[in-house]
Write a protein that binds this ligand. Structure first.
Ligand code: GDP
Length: 465
């Protein structure tokens, strides 16, 4: 009898266990790897010495514990939590190596249900949390699904101004001898594609620019070196009639570019949305607002444009591109301004204000049906200590930490604008946000953070009721 009731209990338990897929994204260096490492670390400490007062499940004692369990998607690389922690705990401490592809990890969260059927049937329940990390650059590719090769080429042509034009010199020089109607020359296409890819990398690395398309060219993951990443936009400058370009057959140079572009649309962009994105329940988008403030107006405006593009993936209006592909299920999106420990605490509200301004305009004018959105500022792994220093007889806020070379630093990095900075602002203000090394940690203590608990509450609070 006892056995039967045990079995019954198990069946009921299994059917009532729940599951949430939390996706973490952001442009490269936004702080995804640090965020996921800290998130796992904070959850693994809930039963011992959690520091998560704003996470209600922990504050009220409902969340009993968390453990890592094998992930279900065996074809997706595992997120390198152990490697990340090893870096942080090493002497001297170092930041985890960022991931450059999609990766995943699974946690089982044991909790005491507070509501509904779960409370009736069970003392404890399990929430399985899949955390999926993917580069935000991949979301910049969504608009490609609505553009054919020539329309995409025209768009790329239009943005070739300022810094981009300067950085494109080598690529443009190589395209001069490119005849779109000549028989397809794979070697030449490979060469020009390499110059185009180098240009995209430079846009990010040297230009501080974020909007780079196609996204996989800079973060290819397992596709590195594949012909699907060897094409480039055609800059034909009215030299040829558009009809002639459209009519050229498959065996010409333009034919090969067109078919690779199409292959990229179908097998790279669409496949990501079908295989991964369509299965996400919750999304956090990490944004480093401080780096573009350091880099200047062009970089800042470019990041704004990249964010606008990124948000297109959450526009689920009835006739949207995504609705045509699948029925989306994301119901909550959190935008997080990362690395809040780079600025003094009284600047944190400004950082949130700035992020809100960056995303709100696009959010309000689009149809983000059925999705809740919020903004927060956080530091996944706090690398500085806030305090005050005396300057000309006055107490002024300051940060203390070590730079990447290990030299102690005490500084006031600058003021963060509350609103989108205008021309006058750029002329009057200068920023000095340096990179800090993580502080030395004890392996049995949770990582120090700022507002990770607020993010957890928004993303998981209702799932642990
Ligand atoms: P990813 O490319 O989005 O995975 O970005 P990472 O997580 O690798 O972060 C990029 C860099 O940003 C790190 O190497 C750190 O220098 C810095 N960083 C990330 N998160 C934090 C944080 O919470 N505080 C501080 N001070 N720096 C951070």
């Amino acid at each position: 009898m006892n056995r039967i009731s045990n079995e019954l209990n198990k069946i009921v338990n299994r059917s009532l266990d729940r599951h949430v897929r939390l996706a973490v994204t952001g442009l490269s260096r936004a702080g995804k790897t640090a965020f996921i490492t800290s998130l796992i670390n904070q959850l693994l400490h809930v039963s011992t010495n959690a520091r998560l007062p704003m996470f209600s499940a922990v504050r009220d004692g409902h969340l009993l514990g968390a453990k890592r369990v094998p992930q279900l998607d065996l074809h997706v690389p595992k997120f390198g939590y152990d490697e990340g922690m090893q870096s942080i705990l090493s002497t001297p401490p170092a930041w985890p190596e960022p991931t450059r592809d999609v990766s995943q990890t699974r946690l089982a969260l044991r909790y005491k249900p507070q509501k509904g059927a779960l409370k009736l049937f069970q003392d404890t329940a399990t929430l399985y949390l899949d955390i999926i990390d993917y580069p935000g650059e991949w979301l910049l590719d969504l608009p490609l699904l609505d553009l054919d090769f020539l329309a995409w080429s025209k768009q790329q042509n239009q943005v070739l101004k300022g810094k981009r034009l300067e950085l494109a010199t080598d690529w443009l020089a190589l395209t001069e001898s490119f005849d779109p109607f000549a028989p397809a020359d794979e070697k030449q296409i490979e060469q020009i594609s390499a110059a185009f890819t180098a240009y995209l990398h430079q846009c990010k690395a040297e230009g501080g620019l974020h909007w780079v398309q196609p996204g996989r060219f800079v973060l290819p993951g397992e596709l590195a070196g594949a012909p699907v990443l060897q094409f480039f936009p055609l800059l034909w400058d009215q030299k040829y009639p558009e009809k002639q370009l459209l009519d050229a057959d498959e065996n010409t140079n333009i034919g090969m570019l067109r078919s690779r572009y199409k292959y990229y649309q179908q097998h790279v962009v669409k496949a990501f949305y079908n295989d991964h994105f369509s299965k996400f329940d919750r999304q956090i988008i990490l944004v480093d607002c401080l780096q573009p403030l350091n880099a200047g107006p062009e970089s800042f405006n470019d990041m704004r444009q990249a964010l606008d593009q990124l948000m297109q993936s959450f526009k689920y209006g009835r006739s949207s591109l995504l609705r045509r592909l699948f029925s989306p299920r994301i119901d909550k999106v959190l935008f997080a301004a990362t690395k809040a420990d780079h600025i003094t605490p009284e600047q944190h509200p400004n950082l949130v204000g700035l992020l809100q301004q960056l995303v709100n305009e696009a959010w309000q004018t689009a149809s983000f049906e059925g999705i809740n959105m919020d903004c927060v500022s956080l530091a996944s792994i706090q690398a500085t200590e806030p305090g005050f220093v005396t300057h000309q007889g006055q107490q002024v806020p300051a940060l203390r930490g070590s730079d990447m070379a290990g030299n102690p630093q005490t500084l006031f990095p600058g003021e963060v604008p509350k609103r989108l900075p205008n021309e006058a602002f750029w002329q009057q203000h200068s920023f000095d946000f340096i990179n800090f090394r993580p502080l030395p940690q004890q392996s049995d203590e949770p990582l120090p953070h700022i507002r990770m608990d607020k993010a957890l509450e928004y993303l998981l609070g209702d799932k642990l009721q």
